[in-house]
Design a protein around this ligand. Structure first.
Ligand SMILES: Nc1ncnc2c1ncn2[C@@H]1O[C@H](COP(=O)(O)OP(=O)(O)OP(=O)(O)O)[C@@H](O)[C@H]1O
Ligand SMILES: [Mg+2]
Length: 232
């Protein structure tokens, strides 16, 4: 599968080594960074599981909308997160629990469309980790590859994260997905040094930039990442 330039060179897919690793947190931090500079970024969470209709504000879509300074009406939620499921499960399992399935071609078309339509920087948050199944045939990495968007891989710094991060990178490379950066989002109370984790990774990732996101100084990591995302 060849790498095609997207219509919008400032479009990125935000994926991670797994669920709860900090994808939404990172998207919101980047949105705030760009908005503080007068930018008008866009953000999407096309597939959302564990969605509680009575409390949309708590969902990833709610967090993105609040950070974008937008409303939280159902049309707003629909616009950025059209595939929503109630069960807090992997997307394929959550869809199946409702007797539904995710139309992969429609998901890819939606992603390409919104990435191309945003006049400024646009971030598409994935769901779960790189290899989370969307259905019986596709995982998140297939979505990234089919949408032909470069991605940012969010990882942690816990003991065991090195193997998780390098495995995720290999999975992305197998489908020729472009990886703009790996972000090592510091795991609180990790027994492992953050800097040493990043340094160890750098020896195994070729030319992919490894960005350190230290909890004590997130601003530095966010600024470095923002620079990488817009200088492509
Ligand atoms: N660098 C950080 N600083 C402070 N809090 C963080 C940071 N990274 C993640 N968190 C917190 O960790 C929790 C999990 O992060 P987040 O919701 O962004 O994960 P996710 O990868 O988007 O998960 P999901 O798979 O559900 O989409 C959240 O409460 C978030 O606010
Ligand atoms: Mg999230």
């Amino acid at each position: 599968m060849g790498r095609m330039k997207p219509k919008n060179a400032n479009a990125h897919f935000i994926t991670g080594t797994g669920t709860d690793i900090g994808k939404t947190w990172l998207v919101c931090a980047l949105l705030r960074y760009w908005r503080e500079q007068g930018g008008v970024p866009c953000a999407y969470k096309p597939v959302l599981s564990g969605f509680v209709a009575e409390n949309p504000a708590a969902s990833d879509a709610g967090q993105l909308l609040a950070t974008l300074g937008r409303g939280l009406t159902m049309p707003d939620v629909n616009a950025i997160a059209p595939w929503r499921f109630t069960a807090p499960l992997s997307p394929g399992m959550a869809a199946a629990a409702e007797g539904r399935s995710i139309d992969f071609a429609a998901l890819v078309a939606f992603t390409r469309q919104v990435a191309g339509d945003c006049p400024s920087s646009v971030l598409i948050e994935g769901v779960g980790g790189v290899m989370a199944p969307l259905d019986h045939r596709h995982t998140v990495r297939d979505w990234i590859a089919a949408a032909k968007l470069p991605c940012v891989l969010v990882a942690g710094s816990y003991l065991g994260s090195l193997s998780h991060t390098l495995s995720a990178l290999e999975a992305l490379r197998k489908v020729d997905a472009g990886v703009t950066a790996i972000v090592v989002n510091e795991t609180p109370e990790s027994t492992v040094s953050l800097a040493a984790t990043a340094e160890s990774l750098r020896h195994h990732v070729g030319k992919v930039p490894v960005i350190v996101l230290a909890r004590a100084n997130v601003a530095a990591g966010i600024a470095e990442l923002a620079g990488l995302l817009s200088s492509r």
